[in-house]
Design a protein around this ligand. Structure first.
Ligand code: FAD
Ligand code: FES
Length: 283
């Protein structure tokens, strides 16, 4: 068995996160210990819902006992089917797949985790790992409205006294009014040249928000990593649906996380993605 073999697994626990979003926990060690691979923050799985489809989902949590979690926002056929799963139902999992957020060993670095909407899912796993290693970090979470904000209670407990968290909403119904990239711009206004050089940004969320962050990081020469989303069919480098022009990088295999220097060369970034037929469409 490899990471690409589908493992059938039972839904073990379900957590309501916010409007239209649930987290599903399943145990990957119990039945498949011989092929068990520890996932890293930023990696994803292909989730097969029997009779429906197979779709990519970021791993939003993992503990030492092999309990993995994915957080699902219902947007279409397969995510709706997932949302309606019950404890004890079976799903198929392939993974962990893709690359991951590489965390600097330099403790002096100031880490920002910046996400929007369902993009917070892989960033929650990253925050948990940083907290386990006593690495301080600042979280900026954005959403359209207050009822779309995720993990508020979790972050309150897990980051208490160690890290800062800023919330923002498009309509100002919770936290600061604005999008996550605007909040980041406001925060770094106070920073000196030296402080800016010391920052690392890990981000995931709507691509236009990621693109604004990328532009800021380019302007101020800040280390930057973004996790991209593309429609995926195979999840393992075969179909080419997730290819980024003009380099031909595959989000499923070379990503989903790309650094600033790579993104500078990706002409699709912030502009185009492919639909299910492979045709390019505006983001
Ligand atoms: C690496 C990666 C990690 C992801 N992690 C998560 C996660 O943690 N939680 C989560 O809820 N979702 C995540 N997604 C997005 C998720 O895979 C899509 O929302 C899902 O495939 C939609 O399937 P559907 O059958 O419900 O929707 P469909 O009925 O197929 O489509 C509904 C709408 O969503 C759009 N869409 C479909 N697939 C994608 C996609 N891959 N990216 C962007 N838009 C899409 C369609 O164009 C359409 O407008 C991730 C995607 C990627 C590539
Ligand atoms: S999803 Fe098939 S190559 Fe990436």
């Amino acid at each position: 068995m490899t990471e690409n073999t589908i493992k059938t697994i039972k839904v073990h626990k379900i957590i309501d996160e916010c409007e239209g979003v649930k987290t599903f926990v399943f145990n990957m060690k119990d039945d498949h210990i011989e092929s068990y691979v520890n996932p890293k923050p930023g990696q994803f799985v292909m989730v097969w819902v029997p009779g429906i489809d197979e779709i990519p989902m970021s791993i939003s949590d993992c503990d030492d006992n092999g309990n993995w979690a994915v957080t699902v926002k219902k947007v279409g056929e397969c995510t709706n089917a997932m949302y309606n799963l019950k404890i004890g139902d079976y799903i198929g999992i392939r993974g962990p797949l893709g690359n991951y957020f590489k965390v600097s060993a330099e403790k002096s670095k100031e880490i920002f985790i910046i996400g929007g909407g369902i993009g917070m899912a892989p960033l929650k796993f990253l925050s948990t790992e940083l907290t386990k290693r006593s690495i301080k970090h600042i979280i900026i979470e954005g959403a359209k409205i207050n009822t779309d904000l995720m993990y508020i209670e979790y972050f309150k407990e897990s980051t208490a006294n160690r890290s800062q968290i800023h919330y923002c909403t498009d309509d100002g119904s919770y936290g600061i009014k604005g999008v996550a990239s605007d909040i980041f711009r406001r925060i770094i206004k106070e920073f000196s040249e030296n402080e800016l050089q010391n920052l690392i940004i890990y981000s995931c969320g709507p691509e236009l928000m990621l693109f604004k962050l990328f532009q800021l990081c380019q302007e101020y020469n800040i280390e930057f990593y973004a996790s991209l989303e593309r429609i995926m069919r195979c999840g393992c480098g075969l179909c080419g649906l997730c290819a980024l022009d003009p380099l031909g990088l595959l989000v499923c295999k070379d990503g989903p996380i790309f650094d600033l220097n790579t993104l500078k060369k990706v002409e699709d970034f912030g502009k185009y993605q492919r639909d299910f037929t492979g045709k390019k469409i505006n983001i």
